[in-house]
Design a protein. Sequence first.
Length: 147
Amino acid sequence: MANVSIKFNGKEFLLSCEDGQEEHLEELLIQINKKFNILKNDLGNLGENKLLLITAVKVMDEYYETSKKVEQKKLELKELSNKFRELKSLIFEYRDRKEQEIKELSNNHNKIKDEIERNKKNYEKLIEETTNEISNFVEKVNLENLS
């Protein structure tokens, strides 16, 4: 334990604290001393005990208000986290749907491509057959004309 000598309201006090916490304790006492002196100047000399009580009430009021704000911010952060998780979930769902749509479109594209290739072959075959028939017809007509 470390000992810290402080001055409060014109009096010396020796306080103990954990090792390494001396500076923190001094900072806290500076703030309390400021609040005490402000109240003493504003309210006059009501007596040390009453001023100490009012100072403690003021400090607790600030602590309580700060604590409420921290809790409110925690709630806001929790709500934001929930919204973020919901948004993240929606993004993943959207991505999965789009990937499925892309897969389906790719499959449809391949089916159409195969169908076009089949139709091309069928048309080429049809043209070949038609050409052969016309050729045979022309040959037949030519042979008949020659006879």
